[in-house]
Write a protein that binds this ligand. Structure first.
Ligand code: C2E
Ligand code: CA
Ligand code: CA
Ligand code: CA
Length: 279
């Protein structure tokens, strides 16, 4: 949508046709993918800047298509939202992530937390608090082990329904994080209206921290604001030591990103936990 000029019109029409074909193919494939076990989860560690320990992780969905490689979630999640497939897929993600975390708890990593991404459509189409209660019961995990990552679009999608669901989730005891913080339209008013515990500072602020004084200043301000509102901060997409050092100085609570680790499959995560790797 950004920067599409007059000269791009013809090209765009052609591209739309190609996209539509690809979308239709993916849509058909998605119907069977869940039953065929083509979805997997990777897990990316979150590391505390005080102490340097891995305290939790985020589950990230992967679709491995036989013979075709891995489709990016950035491509298929919007489509799964359109078709409604995200409801069944989202339930699978929650169940799988929680069972996996239970396994790690049983190995002795009892303080570890798991964050799962939720789509707006899940709130529209189902009773998310009931789903969370059922998933926690199925896995035998304490509610405090589960964190839900919400986007501003969820908070925007409707007033009372979502707010009510989030208050119920709060009462259950799960942690609520606001994803991609800083990229939306009116983030500040949401912080007042919704019971958010954690701000995930978007990667676009982190990227240029070393070079861009404005990004540095905004990041520092987000951390200070979160502190005064008794919220925690996690910086997303941390790739360099310079970024890490800056975030340490401004007392951000935690980092996630390639600097420490890319998203890992369950076996690789098990090794990382067993080795007690830290920053
Ligand atoms: P997100 O929630 O903002 O997840 C973070 C994305 O940044 C992930 O991309 C992750 O692999 C990537 N990332 C992490 N560290 C770095 C870094 O240091 N540098 C760079 N360049 N990238 C980094 P991924 O796995 O491709 O996921 C893309 C998006 O798809 C996610 O963005 C999330 O919005 C969505 N998504 C993924 N899994 C799920 C899911 O289970 N349910 C829903 N509803 N959405 C999901
Ligand atoms: Ca996320
Ligand atoms: Ca994010
Ligand atoms: Ca900038």
């Amino acid at each position: 949508a950004k920067g599409r000029g007059r000269n791009c019109a013809e090209f765009y029409t052609h591209k739309m046709g190609v996209d539509a074909e690809r979308h239709m193919a993916l849509e058909t494939a998605m119907r069977t993918a869940l039953d065929n076990g083509e979805f997997e989860l990777d897990y990316q560690p979150k590391v505390a800047l005080r102490g340097g320990q891995v305290f939790g992780m985020e589950a990230l969905l992967r679709w491995r298509r036989p013979g075709l490689g891995v489709v990016s979630p950035a491509e298929f999640i919007p489509l799964a939202e359109e078709t409604g497939a995200i409801v069944a897929i989202g339930e699978w993600v929650l169940r799988t992530a929680c069972r996996q975390l239970r396994h790690w708890h049983d190995m002795g990593h009892t303080q570890l937390t798991m964050a799962v991404n939720l789509s707006p459509r899940q709130f529209v189409r189902q009773d998310v608090p009931a789903l969370i209660r059922a998933t926690l019961a199925d896995s035998g995990l304490p509610a405090k082990a589960l964190e839900l990552e919400l986007t501003e679009s969820i908070l925007m999608s409707d007033g009372t329904g979502v707010r009510d669901a989030l208050l119920q989730l709060k009462a259950i005891g799960v942690t609520l994080a606001l994803d991609d913080f800083g990229t939306g339209y009116s983030s500040l008013s949401y912080l007042k209206r919704f019971p958010i515990d954690v701000l995930k500072i978007d990667r676009s602020f982190i990227q240029d921290l070393a070079a861009d004084a404005e990004d540095a200043s905004l990041t520092r301000t987000i951390v200070l604001m979160a502190q005064s509102l008794h919220m925690k901060t996690v910086a997303e997409g941390v790739e360099t030591l310079a970024q890490l050092s800056f975030l340490r100085r401004c007392k951000c609570d935690a980092i996630q990103g390639y600097f420490f680790s890319k998203p890992l499959n369950a076996d690789a995560m098990t090794s990382l936990l067993r080795d007690r790797r830290c920053l």
